[in-house]
Design a protein around this ligand. Structure first.
Ligand code: FUC
Length: 748
C-alpha cells in the first residue's frame, strides 16, 4: 500500500516536472562557426568585475578581456574606459587547418560558454566561465585522445607593456598616465603534459604546452582603483597582489569545483525568472543568427524570451555587488578610445541599464549603481558649486567617469534621475534601514539642489531655469524633461520622508514646490509639449523622447489617472515613429506598454530584434541587434539590451501606481504564456502567472511581509469577488501573509 502511494507520488512528481518542462525554453546562443568580429559575433562572459569576449577560433584562439575599473582620466578629465588585454592560445601554426562538427554556445542558464568540434579524429571540448565567487576567469581545453594537446599561450597588454613568463604564469603590469596601476596574470595548469617558457617570433614571453590531456587557464586582472574619494580612488592592495591572491585561492579547486561554485552563484540569480511566450520553441538546429534571419519574416516569441533572458544574463555578468556599474558597453570593450568613452552617460543610458534590476528580480545587481551614485557625491558637489554657486546638493554633466570627472553639457536633472533608482530600490524591497541610512540623505540633498535652483515666476509658478531637452532644441526655462524628473524626485522624497517619519516641515515645503511646478502642456497638434513654447515639430524623429519621462520610467501620466496626458503622449509617440536607435526602441516599447497598447509595443519590439551587421555609428537610425544579440545603437550599447528587459516586464506587469496590474499590455501574439519570478513594488513576488487566450489561468503571489494589495486583472478569478470592474478589467483586494503563497485560478 505504502509502496503504491510512493509510486503514485513519483508518477505525480514526474508528470508535474514533465509538464513544467514541456515548454522549457532554450536559453542559449549558438553558432556553427567561430566569431570573426568582436562587436557583432563574439560572445561575452563576465562576473561583474572582469569579463571577456570569446572569439572561439579553432586553431588560434583569441580571447579579449576587461576589468571594469581600468580608466584614464581623473576628477577633472573624463578620460575613457580602457581595453585590458588579449589572450591567444595557438594550437596549430596552420590557422586554416580544417575541422568539423563545430559549435560554440553561450549557455545563459549556467553562465557557461562551450565550444565543441572535431579535428584529427579527435573530439575537442572547451569551457569558459567568469566566476564571481572566485574572481577569476576559467578556460578549459580538453581533447578526447590523451597526450595530444599542444599549445602556445600568449598574453598581450592593451597598453603595450612587456609580458613576463615564469613557473606556469604569464603576466604583465603597468601604470596609466593618471597613475592607475594595473596587472593581469594567467596561470596555466596542464594535465598529463609538460609546460615550458619561451619567446615567440615577436620576442614576447610565451608558454608552451606539449602533449597534454587537458589545459586549464586561470585569468585574473585587477587595478588599484577603489570607488572611494577618501583614499584618492585607490585601494591599498597592489594589482599584482590581488591577482596572486585570487589565483592562489582558485588553484586550490579543480575546474569542476570552480564551475560548480560559479554555477551555484550564478543560477541563484538567473533562475529566479522564467519566461515562456506563446509556448513557442526555438529550432535547435538553427543558429542564433539563422533565428534572427527567420525572425525578419516571422516573429518568434521564444526568441523574444531569449533576448529577455540574455539581458538578465548581461546585467548579472556586468554588475555585481561591490563593483562598478555597467557602463555603455557593460564591461566589454576592446578599444582605448571607445565610442562615447564607454562611459556613464547621465541623460538616459546609465539609468536605462538599471531599469530591469528590480522588476526582473536582480536587486543585488542594482548595488553597483547605487554605490556609484553615493561615491560620486563629494566631487559632484564641488563641481556643481563651481557652476551653480550657492546651491546645496549636486548634479552632473552628461559624460561621467569613475572618479567624478565629467564632460559635455550639464545635465541638470541627471542626479534627480539617478535618485529614482535609490527610491525604486526601496519601493521594491521595503528595506527601511536602507532607506534611512543610505538613500534618504541623497534624495534629500538632490531635492535641495532643485529647491535652491528652481525659479518662482510672478504668478507663483515654479520653473527650472536654463534646461535642455536631450539632445536638441534651445536652452531655456521650463523644459518638460527637467520638470517631469523634478516632479518624480520630489514625489520620491516626499514618500521617503513620510515612510521614515522625518523632516515633516521640509516635506511640506517640497510638496508646495512640487505643486507649484509648471504643469505638463498639450500643444496644438494634440502632442505632449517638449518645451513650454508650443513648437514641437510633428516631423521630429529624435531618438530622445525625454518629455515622456513622466510616462516611463516616471509615473506622472497614466491611462487610468491622467487620460488626457496619456492621449497626448500617444500623439507624440506616434509622431516620433517606431524605428530608431537600439536604446530608443527599448524605451518606446516601455512607453507603449505604459499606454497599455500591447500590439504597438510589440511592433517596436519586433523592430528591436532586427538583425543588423556592420560597425558604423548612426546617431539616428539603424538600431537592432547583432548576431550575438548585443544591442546595436549602432554601435554596440548595452542599454538597449537592458532596457528591453524592463520594457518586456512592463508589458507583463506594472506596479507604478497603487494597483498591481497584470498583463497590462499583452500583445495578441503572446495570447498564451507563463512568467515566474517577476517582482512588483511593495515587495510582491509573482511566483507564477500563467495565461491562455489572454486570460489569466493561474496566479501565485507571495510577499515576505503581511500586506493588503490591489490587483487589476484582465480576467476574473474563481472564488474572489472583484471590488470593481474598470474598463472590462477586474479590481481585487488581496491579503498577503508573510511568506505564504496565495493562488488564484481563472473563473471559467
Ligand atoms: C546619448 C545619446 C546617444 C548615445 C550616447 C551614448 O547622448 O543621445 O544616442 O546613446 O548617449
Amino acid at each position: 500500500m505504502l509502496m503504491h502511494r510512493k509510486i503514485k507520488c513519483l508518477i505525480l512528481i514526474c508528470l508535474t516536472l514533465c509538464s513544467a518542462t514541456s515548454y522549457a525554453q532554450r536559453y542559449y546562443l549558438w553558432d556553427n562557426k567561430p566569431a570573426t568580429d568582436w562587436m557583432t559575433e563574439a560572445y561575452p562572459i563576465g562576473n561583474g568585475r572582469i569579463g571577456a569576449m570569446i572569439f572561439a577560433d579553432v586553431n588560434q584562439e583569441h580571447i579579449q578581456f576587461n576589468e571594469n575599473s581600468l580608466w584614464t582620466g581623473d576628477e577633472q578629465e573624463t578620460g575613457a574606459y580602457q581595453a585590458f588585454g588579449d589572450l591567444f592560445v595557438r594550437f596549430d601554426s596552420d590557422i586554416n587547418k580544417s575541422f568539423t562538427a563545430y559549435s560554440r554556445k553561450l549557455n545563459l542558464d549556467k553562465g557557461l560558454h562551450e565550444i565543441a568540434y572535431q579535428q584529427d579524429g579527435q573530439q575537442i571540448n572547451r569551457r569558459y566561465f567568469a566566476s564571481q565567487p572566485d574572481q577569476v576567469m576559467v578556460f578549459e581545453y580538453a581533447n578526447s585522445k590523451k597526450g595530444k594537446l599542444n599549445a602556445q599561450i600568449a598574453l598581450q597588454d592593451a597598453h603595450g607593456q612587456a609580458v613576463q613568463a615564469e613557473d606556469g604564469h604569464l603576466w604583465f603590469q603597468g601604470t596609466l598616465d593618471n597613475g592607475m596601476r594595473y596587472a593581469a596574470q594567467v596561470r596555466v595548469q596542464v594535465v598529463g603534459g609538460s609546460l615550458s617558457k619561451t619567446t615567440d617570433e615577436k620576442g614576447q614571453a610565451v608558454l608552451n604546452v606539449k602533449s597534454a590531456d587537458r589545459i586549464v587557464l586561470l585569468l585574473s586582472a585587477a587595478t588599484d582603483y577603489a570607488n572611494t574619494r577618501a583614499t584618492k580612488w585607490k585601494s591599498a592592495e597592489e594589482p599584482m597582489k590581488v591577482n596572486e591572491r585570487y589565483l592562489q585561492q582558485a588553484e586550490k579547486y579543480g575546474v569542476n569545483r570552480l564551475l560548480a561554485r560559479h554555477v551555484a552563484d550564478y543560477t541563484a540569480l538567473f533562475n529566479r525568472v522564467e519566461l515562456d511566450l506563446d509556448h513557442s520553441q526555438l529550432d535547435a538546429k538553427q543558429t542564433t543568427k539563422a533565428l534572427l534571419e527567420a525572425y525578419k519574416k516571422q516573429p518568434i516569441p521564444a526568441l523574444e524570451a531569449l533576448v529577455y533572458q540574455y539581458g538578465r544574463y548581461l546585467l548579472i555578468s556586468s554588475s555585481r555587488k561591490g563593483g562598478l556599474p555597467a557602463n555603455l558597453q557593460g564591461l566589454w570593450n576592446n578599444s582605448n578610445n571607445p565610442p562615447w568613452r564607454s562611459d556613464y552617460h547621465s541623460n538616459i543610458n546609465v539609468q536605462m541599464n538599471y531599469w530591469p534590476a528590480e522588476v526582473a528580480n536582480l536587486r543585488e545587481s542594482a548595488w553597483p549603481y547605487l554605490d556609484y551614485i553615493n561615491s560620486m557625491r563629494e566631487v559632484k558637489k564641488i563641481n556643481t558649486q563651481k557652476e551653480f554657486p550657492g546651491v546645496r546638493g549636486w548634479t552632473v554633466k552628461t559624460e561621467n567617469n569613475i572618479f567624478g570627472g565629467e564632460s559635455f553639457l550639464w545635465n541638470t536633472p541627471g542626479s534627480a534621475w539617478y535618485a529614482q533608482a535609490l527610491w525604486e530600490h526601496y519601493a521594491f524591497n521595503k528595506d527601511e534601514k536602507y532607506l534611512r541610512e543610505f538613500a534618504y540623505p541623497i534624495l534629500k540633498e538632490i531635492s535641495e539642489f532643485w529647491d535652491d535652483r528652481l525659479v518662482r515666476r510672478a504668478d507663483g509658478t515654479v520653473v527650472a531655469p536654463k534646461g535642455w531637452s536631450p539632445e536638441h532644441g534651445p536652452t531655456e526655462d521650463a523644459v518638460s524633461y527637467d520638470h517631469q524628473i523634478i516632479y518624480d524626485l520630489f514625489n520620491n522624497y516626499i514618500q521617503a520622508s513620510t515612510v521614515l517619519n522625518m523632516d515633516a516641515d521640509y516635506r511640506k515645503h517640497i510638496m508646495a514646490l512640487r505643486d507649484a511646478l509648471l504643469k505638463p502642456k498639450i500643444g496644438k497638434w494634440g502632442q505632449l509639449q517638449e518645451w513650454e513654447t508650443d513648437r514641437d515639430d510633428p516631423q521630429d524623429k529624435h531618438r530622445h523622447v525625454s518629455h515622456l519621462f513622466g510616462l516611463y520610467p516616471g509615473n506622472q501620466f497614466s491611462v487610468l489617472k491622467t487620460p488626457e496626458l496619456a492621449k497626448a503622449a500617444r500623439v507624440t509617440l506616434t509622431a516620433r515613429g517606431d524605428e530608431s536607435t537600439g536604446w530608443s526602441m527599448a524605451w518606446k516599447v516601455a512607453f507603449w506598454a505604459r499606454l497599455q497598447d500591447g500590439n504597438h509595443a510589440y511592433k517596436i519590439l519586433t523592430n528591436f530584434i532586427n538583425l543588423v551587421g556592420g560597425d558604423g555609428i548612426d546617431y539616428n537610425n539603424g538600431g537592432g541587434v547583432y548576431a550575438n544579440l548585443l544591442c546595436a545603437h549602432p554601435p554596440f550599447q548595452i542599454d538597449g539590451n537592458l532596457g528591453y528587459v524592463a520594457a518586456v516586464s512592463e508589458m507583463l506587469l506594472q506596479s507604478q501606481t497603487d494597483v498591481l496590474e497584470l498583463l497590462p499590455a499583452l500583445p495578441d501574439r503572446w495570447s498564451a504564456g507563463t512568467v515566474k519570478g517577476l517582482k512588483a513594488r511593495g515587495n510582491v513576488h509573482i511566483e507564477k502567472m500563467e495565461w491562455n487566450n489572454s486570460s489569466i489561468t493561474q496566479l501565485i503571489l507571495s510577499s515576505p511581509q503581511d500586506q493588503t494589495i490591489q490587483v487589476l486583472s484582465p480576467s476574473p478569478f474563481s472564488g474572489l469577488s472583484p471590488q470593481q470592474e474598470i474598463n472590462g478589467k477586474y479590481l481585487y483586494k488581496i491579503q498577503l501573509k508573510a511568506n505564504k503563497i496565495v493562488k488564484f485560478v481563472n473563473k471559467s
